[in-house]
Design a protein around this ligand. Structure first.
Ligand code: NAP
Length: 261
């Protein structure tokens, strides 16, 4: 049985460990500044990053990007060729990961998103490190597929994935806030409106995933001639909402590029 350890058990690291614990099939270790975060996940506590790196074969780093270099330095004495280091940090390149691990073991970049917390994450995995074996690629892809959806992407496409899928939940939540304000304005109670909006977004997303039709074709199905929906859609189009959404993602991309420098 493989031992998978995660350093940093906040939103992302905690979500990954919780999902892996639910799936079973591997021994799990966690380390965080706060022991209570690890205990709450029901995984084994490792007393330090170095101890975790010694005991785990798969080492996940889920600390903030600016903490990554120091963390790699701290765990380096425990690395050997049989281990693999995965980084979930945004805009932390494979090159920096290789430098940080001194090329001792294979490295993988993973880009998660927030719904990992509820087992519905969408992940990109970068397998560009040639040292990574076919067996390791297969095992890691399976592991992340069990936490939601996972695809393999070349590192060159990580900024796009990160700006769209990593940042995306925040853009969706902002849209949902607008819907919530409308619901309350029309007299619905906030908790009821919140639940209805979330269920509506979940159902719409499920329909998109299960239908081969384009987003535009699905939208037209809701817009009856001379009906209510088309009035709202016309307003959003007049305000250039789709263009602004595109620009929001491209702004996130610019920041990703700044951070990567
Ligand atoms: N949040 C997102 O939607 C998202 C999306 C894509 C990628 N990411 C990436 O995922 C990574 C983690 O983000 P997050 O949102 O999960 O952050 P988070 O909730 O702040 O979790 C990070 C955890 O790591 C702990 N930590 C930091 N340095 C440590 C150290 N030296 N030893 C032990 N524990 C340490 C932090 O403890 P303290 O708080 O006490 O420092 C915190 O509990 C980041 O690199 C981010 O770029 C996040």
């Amino acid at each position: 049985m493989k031992t998978v350890g995660c350093i940093g058990c906040g939103n992302m690291g905690g979500g990954v460990l919780r999902g892996l614990a639910a799936r079973g099939g591997c021994r799990l270790l966690g380390h965080d500044h706060s022991r209570s975060k690890v205990d709450a996940l029901g995984v084994e506590w490792a007393g330090s990053p170095l101890e975790l790196a010694r005991r785990a074969e798969v080492i996940l780093l889920a600390v903030k990007p600016y903490q990554m270099e120091a963390m790699l330095e701290e765990i380096r004495p425990a690395l050997d060729a049989s281990k693999v280091v995965l980084s979930l940090a945004a805009a932390f390149s494979l090159d920096k990961l290789r430098k940080g691990t001194a090329g001792i073991c294979p490295v993988v970049r993973v880009m998660p998103n927030l719904p990992v917390i509820v087992g519905r994450g969408v992940f990109a995995l970068c397998f560009d490190d040639p040292v990574l074996s076919e067996e390791q690629r297969g095992e890691l892809l399976n592991m992340f597929q069990s936490l939601g959806r996972a695809i393999v992407l070349p590192e060159a496409q990580f900024p796009a994935f990160s700006s769209l899928v990593g940042c995306g939940p925040a853009f969706v939540f902002l849209f949902m806030e607008g819907l919530l304000n409308a619901g309350i304005t029309m007299g619905l109670k906030a908790p009821a409106a919140r639940e209805l909006i979330a269920a509506m977004v979940e159902g719409s997303a499920k329909l998109c995933l299960e239908s081969p039709e384009s987003f535009a074709d699905l939208r037209v199905k809701v817009c009856s001639p001379a009906g209510t929906t088309i009035r709202g859609v016309n307003h959003l189009e007049r305000c250039a909402v789709p263009g602004h959404v595109t620009d929001a993602v491209l702004e996130a991309l610019k920041r990703d590029q700044e951070m990567a420098r």
